[in-house]
Design a protein around this ligand. Structure first.
Ligand code: ARG
Length: 264
């Protein structure tokens, strides 16, 4: 049974600009965002068989809905994020509290190591694939990997539109990856090719619709609508895509995966 943590978008908004998707003069429509979020939650439960846990939203934290950035939770251990931008650092205390109250051992990294949780880190087999440059600090990768006895494989992100690893990198299983190669530097592409023998290359058009920002639960893949080519590829590789329109959240630079944190 897969459990995921989500936060209702009651106070979601674009109140500052910390990635190229965010424009204060193009605010999301809150009512529509609420409907899209509830539809996503429903598909995760009813189509993908997940159990959804919720954390209480707070006014003044418009990005709190993106729980993937809370940290990394494996077993009973939660490594809390240290956000790069002050606007999101205010979320940290609430995530600490939730995980402590739910019986986790909460680990905080040294203050000078930025780490934005599952947004930039994917445990796959014995490896921790981790992104750096725009948000997480490369030095955080080893610190986090060591805690879980994983091997850190750092991937350099080079396109600001794909500022978190989960915007351009989607492991489907231990040997299959969907990704958008131009978001990575040449060495990162070599590392990826060496570790994933089966690779689905997502088109620029669909990558910009956050195709890679998909929630993978077993063979179910929950993703934003409007990515028919990727859905077709997923079916050919034996996965079942479920699309939900989460366009309001693209205005903040996030989609389906950003709104869930896997409790591994
Ligand atoms: N506005 C948020 C930020 O820039 C979006 C976070 C998206 N989260 C993710 N896991 N990619 O921090």
């Amino acid at each position: 049974m897969t459990r995921v943590l989500m936060c209702p978008p009651d106070y979601f908004g674009v109140e500052y600009e910390i990635n190229p998707w965010m424009h204060r003069d193009e605010p999301p429509v809150l009512a529509r965002a609420g409907e899209q979020w509830r539809a996503l939650r429903q598909v995760l439960v009813e189509s993908a068989g997940a159990t959804v846990l919720e954390i209480t939203p707070h006014p003044g934290l418009p990005d709190f809905v993106f729980t993937a950035n809370a940290g990394l939770a494996i077993g009973d251990t939660f490594v809390a994020s240290r956000f790069r931008f002050a606007q999101r650092q205010k979320e940290e205390a609430y995530f600490h509290q939730w995980f402590a109250e739910h019986g986790y051992r909460v680990i905080t990294l040294p203050g000078d190591l930025y780490f934005e949780g599952e947004g930039d880190a994917f445990p796959v087999g014995g490896n921790l694939f981790a992104g750096y440059h725009f948000r997480s600090d490369i030095r955080s990768h080893h610190a986090v990997a060591d805690l879980f006895e994983l091997r850190a494989l750092s991937l350099h992100l080079r396109d600001p539109r794909f500022y978190h690893l989960d915007t351009c990198f989607c492991p489907l299983d231990e040997r299959t990856l969907a990704y958008y190669p131009p978001a990575f530097d040449a060495y990162a592409c070599q590392v990826i090719e060496a570790h994933f023998p089966a690779r689905i290359v997502v088109s620029e058009e669909e990558a910009l619709r956050f195709a890679c920002n998909a929630v993978v639960i077993g063979t179910h893949v929950v993703l934003n609508g409007g990515c028919p080519r990727f859905e077709q590829d997923l079916r050919e590789y034996g996965f079942q895509p479920h699309s939900v329109d989460v366009n309001e959240f693209l205005k903040a630079g996030g989609a389906a995966k950003c709104m869930t944190l896997l409790l591994r």
